[in-house]
Design a protein around this ligand. Structure first.
Ligand SMILES: NC(=O)c1ccc[n+]([C@@H]2O[C@H](COP(=O)([O-])OP(=O)(O)OC[C@H]3O[C@@H](n4cnc5c(N)ncnc54)[C@H](OP(=O)(O)O)[C@@H]3O)[C@@H](O)[C@H]2O)c1
Length: 219
């Protein structure tokens, strides 16, 4: 499968591109926003495309023309203001879904945030109160994807760490705000792409005791 990774230069993105590149079943297309990032990927033998999420839907769609699937793992990051959160985490995510539809790509995996689907619930997770713009952005981007008619999977990881991968996870509808390593998130994304049962599913994701493939089988 040719997988276009949006946010390829990010921390999850780099794990994901490496794993796809090393897999005999897949190939990665790294979508990045800077020339030197593109050159770095190309040096590793990875195909890369230069597109900024603040650009047009047409440009994003052109980058997707050889893709069988798209993974959105971009984000404006905690250091930027609410304006960039809206432009990247909300508008950029929705433009990516629209671009995938325009390009005829049917499979889309979204990296969301733990508990985001409960944003409007009285008992939503505490972290959302200090990240309100981000929570709202992720909430509506996920809803847009769910209603898009695409073959989607929405993965809502807990607090991301750079700990060593364990290959074991816990998935669920309403999990506690616990941690997961970025490497395990990347492996879960690939396992989701390889499992048709994950289509049309959305789930919280934290580190756990169940092998990734098994955990996804019981969604
Ligand atoms: N932090 C957490 O605990 C947490 C928890 C759950 C979910 N998440 C989500 O997990 C995902 C990835 O996390 P991460 O740690 O890998 O994030 P990261 O390292 O900050 O990576 C985000 C990537 O998005 C790219 N990006 C930002 N603006 C862009 C633009 N205008 N056009 C194109 N690309 C752009 C960045 O590009 P540059 O490399 O050029 O800056 C970066 O490569 C995000 O969607 C985040 O919201 C995070």
């Amino acid at each position: 499968m040719n997988v276009l990774v949006i946010g390829a230069n990010g921390q999850i993105g780099q794990h994901l591109v490496r794993k796809l590149h090393e897999s005999p079943h897949h190939d990665a297309i790294a979508m990045v926003r800077k020339e030197d990032q593109m050159k770095n990927f190309e040096k590793q033998g990875v195909k890369a495309v230069l597109v900024n999420l603040e650009g047009s839907i047409d440009d994003i769609a052109i980058a997707m023309k050889e893709a069988d699937a798209v993974v959105f793992t971009a984000g404006s990051g905690g250091h930027t203001g609410a304006d960039k959160t809206m432009l990247i985490d909300l508008d950029g995510a929705i433009k990516s879904v629209k671009a995938a539809q325009q390009a005829g790509v049917e499979r889309f995996v979204m990296v969301s945030g733990i508990g985001v689907h409960r944003w409007h619930d009285d008992n939503h997770l505490e972290w959302m109160d200090s990240s309100q713009h981000y929570s709202a952005a992720k909430y509506y981007a996920d809803i847009w994807l769910e209603r898009s008619g695409m073959n989607y999977t929405i993965i809502r990881p807990g607090k991301l760490t750079n700990d060593a991968e364990t290959g074991k996870i816990q998935t669920g509808e309403d999990l506690e705000h616990k941690q997961i390593s970025r490497g395990d998130v990347a492996s879960t994304i690939i396992a989701s792409l390889e499992n048709q049962q994950t289509i049309g599913k959305a789930f919280d994701l934290i580190s756990g005791e169940t092998l990734i493939v098994k955990a996804l089988e019981s969604l």
